[in-house]
Write a protein that binds this ligand. Structure first.
Ligand SMILES: [Zn+2]
Length: 375
């Protein structure tokens, strides 16, 4: 049982104009996979909304109420803006805020349920790792990964590994599990020295109290390419395996690590992204797969499409079919950086792995990580 948890309802649940997340993502992926003949209808589970009690596994009730209120009028009170960080440029009031988040969160729980029944599922709408229990942050309103982890805990699971491959540090997840030794948090991301969330994601943040040694940050330099990234990931997975034996893992698969993504300075090809996914599975078997950041819709769809092929054991086609190309060409998205010819993205599905050797900086970083975690 290999399932995509998705819905075309996301088409109408968009962020406001000019927001990086205004772009189509899940609906575009579904349309693209259909046009490529890479998905059967019975492989799709229609997303459901999260229930109130599921939201309260992690979020504070007053914050949830504020989101509901803002959704009802598509407006926000000044005190709520200040207190809950909603109705800002970063976290605008829009149909995505409440209804979109409810669907994305319900879908992550659906993915966990499929997994617990012995199947494998991918919820591309999930991975909103920046949302705090009582406030929005970094485009995220409802923290579906944390809710999924809490859901798993209530199913009696004692050791959960959370792996976050988004280009940004999972600050809210780290905070929530910082003193918890039953949830190991591993995050590879752009160093907060130069990227959001700026204040957290440093190597030195290793957990506190019982949770000390159960939080691993791998802050990567600008210009990290395939081999750098895969080296860092392989090393971190090796270290985590020596420390923690999870019963289940949740894998956040943001695509903002891709070189075409204008919101990050990491430079992965989608072949590197796919290899990273393979590495995690080689280390820990199958897990619960959720999406994450990703602001270039075409790059995102290509990466999640090859990922979907891998999840379902399909061969990855080399070429993008003309009908599927049409789907991509219809996306209303303007490139910020027009210097480079990006037409390959509309013709070829899988990139080539970049061959540049691992940077010394990354090797030294991983030596440091090892020395911090393993004596
Ligand atoms: Zn991100």
């Amino acid at each position: 049982m290999r399932k995509l948890i998705g819905s075309l309802k996301y088409r109408d649940l968009r962020y406001t104009k000019n927001h990086p997340l205004r772009i189509p993502r899940v609906s575009l992926l579904m349309e693209f996979l259909r046009a490529m003949d890479l998905i059967e209808e019975d492989e799709i589970i229609e997303s459901r909304e999260a229930h109130q009690e599921e939201l309260l596994l992690y979020h504070k009730e007053d914050y949830i109420r504020a989101l509901q209120e803002a959704d009802a009028c598509m407006c926000v009170k000044r005190q709520h803006r200040e207190r809950y960080n909603i109705g800002t440029y970063e976290n605008p009031v829009s149909p995505a805020m409440w209804k979109g988040s409810l669907l994305a969160t319900g879908s992550s729980i659906q993915a966990a349920e499929v997994f617990l029944k012995g199947g494998i599922a991918f919820n591309p709408a999930g991975g909103m790792h920046h949302a705090y229990p009582d406030r929005a942050n970094g485009f995220c309103f409802i923290n579906d990964p944390a809710i999924t982890i809490e859901f798993l805990k209530r199913q009696g699971i004692k050791r959960i590994l959370y792996i976050d491959l988004d280009a940004h540090h999972c600050d809210a997840i780290q905070d929530y599990y910082y003193e918890d030794d039953s949830v190991f948090v591993l995050s590879l991301h752009q160093s907060p020295e130069y990227a959001f969330p700026f204040k957290s994601g440093f190597l030195e943040e290793m957990g506190r109290g019982r949770g000390k040694g159960f939080n691993m940050n791998v802050p990567l330099p600008k210009g990290t390419k395939d081999r750098d990234y895969l080296y860092a990931l392989e090393e971190s997975l090796r270290i985590v395996k020596e420390i923690f034996q999870p019963e289940v893992y949740v894998l956040q698969l943001g695509t903002d690590t891709l070189r075409e993504d204008y919101l990050s300075k990491l430079e992965l090809s989608n072949a590197g992204f796919l290899r990273a996914f393979d590495m995690v599975r080689e280390a820990f078997g199958e897990g619960i797969y959720i999406g994450g950041g990703g602001y270039h819709p075409i790059a995102l769809v290509r990466a999640w499409a090859v990922l979907w092929c891998r999840i379902t054991g399909r061969e990855i086609p080399t070429e993008i079919k003309p009908t599927a190309k049409e789907v991509l060409l219809k996306v209303d998205f303007e490139e910020f950086d027009d210097d480079e010819d990006k037409s390959y993205m509309y013709n070829r599905l899988l990139d080539e792995l970049n061959d540049e050797p691992v940077k010394q900086e990354v090797k030294s970083l991983m030596e440091k990580v090892r020395s911090y975690f393993l004596v």
